[in-house]
Design a protein around this ligand. Sequence first.
Ligand SMILES: Nc1ncnc2c1ncn2[C@@H]1O[C@H](COP(=O)(O)OP(=O)(O)OP(=O)(O)O)[C@@H](O)[C@H]1O
Ligand SMILES: [Mg+2]
Length: 350
Amino acid sequence: MSDADLDLTDPVLASEAELAFEGALRPRSLEEFVGQTRVRGQLQLLLSAAALQQRTPDHILLAGPPGLGKTTLAMIVAHEGGRPLRMSSGPAIQHAGDLAAILSSLVPGEVLFIDEIHRMARSAEEMLYLAMEDFRIDIMVGKGAGATSVPLDLAPFTLVGATTRAGLLPNPLRDRFGFTAHLEFYDESELEQVLSRAAAMLGLAIDREAVAEIAGRCRGTPRIANRLLRRVRDYALVHASGSGRADVESVRAALELYDVDPLGLDRLDRAVMLTILTRFGGGPVGLNTLAVSVGEEAETIEAVVEPFLVRIGLITRTPRGRVATPAAWRHFGLVREGGESPATLPIDDL
Ligand SMILES: Nc1ncnc2c1ncn2[C@@H]1O[C@H](COP(=O)(O)OP(=O)(O)OP(=O)(O)O)[C@@H](O)[C@H]1O
Ligand SMILES: [Mg+2]
């Protein structure tokens, strides 16, 4: 998913300055990378083993919702091994020739990062199978009956693929990655670390409770944490009578201004929830029907919106479609037709 796509679902629109800030905040080493302990350990082992044997590390697939650190990890893989990094993306590879041009110009040991790899052209995918397995491609020379395929050896490289939709990758491609890292949403203490680090880099003085408040409202996502922090910084700058210190009140006020609710739901999250609750009586409702109703692509709902709503227990997926949970009815202060009023339902760990 590109940053342009992301703007739709982020509570705060990204400006160029913000993207530059995001780049500056990227951890440069596995050690600096917060959270994802399991994935970090797995990557560490893979990179160390390759270094010991003086070979290129196995190909790596990074899967997970936007903003959890896939691009960051790809850069770290290159940086930790002292290898050059080439960046491309699925949508930029629309013909096998596009991929051939990239692959044939790689230098030995280079890390090739293909973002949104599930959106690459089919013909390129097939070329990639051979390239990943044998560091070789077949190039077609000439046209029609006289066309011949000429094998071309490639420099050994490490492919790092990133996808928000691992399920869309064809099996032969998925199987050729030596390791697939599934990135998870971050818990609050990890997000507090991300935020404290970013605040220090911004030179922002911020209270502990203020950090905790943002951590609880950023959809488990470091990218959103960093963006909200910038808005809080702005708010503190303008309102904290010159001190510029951010406290929990400034966080609440800033996030209210930007329409981020206490659970961190953004506009699209809320649109999806309200559609399920009010138009479909709580569900079940199928993904495509839901997408049409909120005027968003099914892919975005499935890859960006749903994982978080499932994770915080507002919806469940059933074979017949998406269903709102009792917690969802309570969060939106709504009552299911023929159901109990929210006040009489037990309050659990929303
Ligand atoms: N583990 C982490 N520790 C600290 N900061 C992080 C971490 N993961 C991500 N970030 C921050 O979040 C921002 C977004 O990360 P990144 O661009 O790597 O996400 P992504 O998974 O590639 O997203 P997308 O799917 O949209 O491309 C970066 O600026 C980075 O600073
Ligand atoms: Mg990315």
